[in-house]
Design a protein around this ligand. Sequence first.
Ligand code: SAM
Length: 264
Amino acid sequence: MGNIAHKKIVQGYYLKRARDYDRQKVRTWKSKHGFGAEILNEVIDALACLENKPLLEVGVGSGRIGFPLLKKVKPWFVGLDLSREMLKLARTRMSTYKQDFDLILGDAEHLPFINGVFNAIICISTMHYFAYPERSLKEFLQVLKEKGVFVYGDVTMHELDNKGFLDALERMLSKAHAKYYKSSEMKKLLENHGFRHSKVKVIPYRKSYLSLMKDKGKYFNVKPETLHECIKEATMNERKLYAINSDGLTLFYTLVTTLKENKP
Ligand SMILES: C[S@@+](CC[C@H](N)C(=O)[O-])C[C@H]1O[C@@H](n2cnc3c(N)ncnc32)[C@H](O)[C@@H]1O
C-alpha cells in the first residue's frame, strides 16, 4: 500500500474513533487523563523548564497529554495532527488556555515550521502509524533547536519477541497500524537520526481482548474469533513474554527522552 493511501486509512480510522477515543483511553489506564501517572510524570519531568517556550506535539490527538502539559509546564504549545476530528477535541479540551496554544492540521512527514524553532517535541502513541518514521525524525530534528528535547512514547514489543508476535497481532486488528518497535530498536533509530543521551523507561500494563476489539478491531470489521485464533497461535514463549491469559495480555509502553545533538 502507498504512503498516502495509508495516511487516508489513519484519517478514516480517527474520523470514526474520535468520539470514543478519550473513553477508550480512560478505560485502559483507569485514570482521568487516560494515562498511567508514571507516563505523565515522566513527560512532565522531561519538559520541566519549558515555561513560555515553544513545544510541539506531533499527533496531538484529543489533547490528552497537551492539556496537563499546558496546566503544569505552561509552554507555548503547538499541536499538529492528521485528523480534523481529533483536533476539534483538543481545541475544546484545551480551551481554558486558548492564548497559549495553536493547533494545526498537518502531517508529521511535512512539518510547516522554520528550522530550529522548538525547544522540545513530543510524539506520544503516534509513531506506530508512521510507515517511514525516519522521514518524520528528519523533520523533527530540523525544527528542533540544538540541545532541544525529544520525547517518544509508544507501545513497544517485548525485547525477546523476535518473531514480531505483537506487531502481527496489531496488524490483524488495525489497518492503520504501520509498525511496532522494540525499545532498543527505537533507541537506536533515534540515535541514528541525531537524538542522543537517551533515557529509556518501559512501563507494563494490561490490555483486555475486549478493549483491543473495541479500540481497534471493530473499526476494521475484525471478528472476535479472528483475534482469538491469532492468540491461540502464540507460542509458549510469546505467551510468557506477554503474560497471555484468557482475558488479555501485558503490553509495554516505552518512553525515550533524548536531546538533539550533532555528532562530535
Ligand atoms: C493514538 S493517537 C495519540 C494522540 C495523543 N498523542 C495521545 O497520546 O492521546 C494518534 C494520533 O496521531 C495522529 N497521526 C497519525 N499519523 C499522523 C501523521 N502522519 N501526522 C500527524 N498526525 C498523525 C492521529 O490522527 C491520532 O490523532
